[in-house]
Design a protein around this ligand. Structure first.
Ligand code: 5GP
Ligand code: ZN
Length: 112
């Protein structure tokens, strides 16, 4: 049991706009969207960052739910980006590993 923000969303203690769920992962809209579609995919179990993820299965489960979200949000055809910011230089601000699913417009590259 942790009081991490995203763990609290998993437990329903903080409201979130859920868009999809699998056995191990949850997907909900980012509170400050950076693109027309901006969904966060997280494992229900707490891992502080990608660096703390213990098995490939966790990343696989996140990736497969991201794929489903992209299809259901209608951006699979136009294209989208999945990002896992990790640590300070990666710009990670919430200490529970999460995959951003961004789409609905052409996204710039490289990131700033
Ligand atoms: P990071 O910067 O760690 O890669 O991404 C964290 C993301 O979480 C940010 O895009 C931020 O807008 C989002 N976020 C922060 N707090 C909340 C919240 O309470 N609810 C939701 N839905 N998203 C949040
Ligand atoms: Zn957590």
């Amino acid at each position: 049991m942790t009081d991490c923000l995203f763990c609290r969303i998993v437990r329903g203690e903080i409201p979130a706009q859920k868009v999809a769920e699998s056995e191990d992962c949850l997907a909900f809209r980012d509170i400050a969207p950076k693109a027309p579609v901006h969904v966060l995919v997280i494992p229900k179990a707490h891992f502080a960052s990608l660096d703390a993820v213990p098995t490939a299965a966790v990343i696989g489960a996140m990736g497969m739910l991201a794929q489903r979200v992209a299809r259901e949000e209608g951006i699979a055809g136009s294209g989208y980006r999945c990002v896992i910011n990790t640590g300070d230089d990666g710009g990670q601000t919430v200490g529970h590993v999460h995959m951003h699913v961004l789409g609905g417009r052409a996204l710039g590259w490289p990131p700033g």
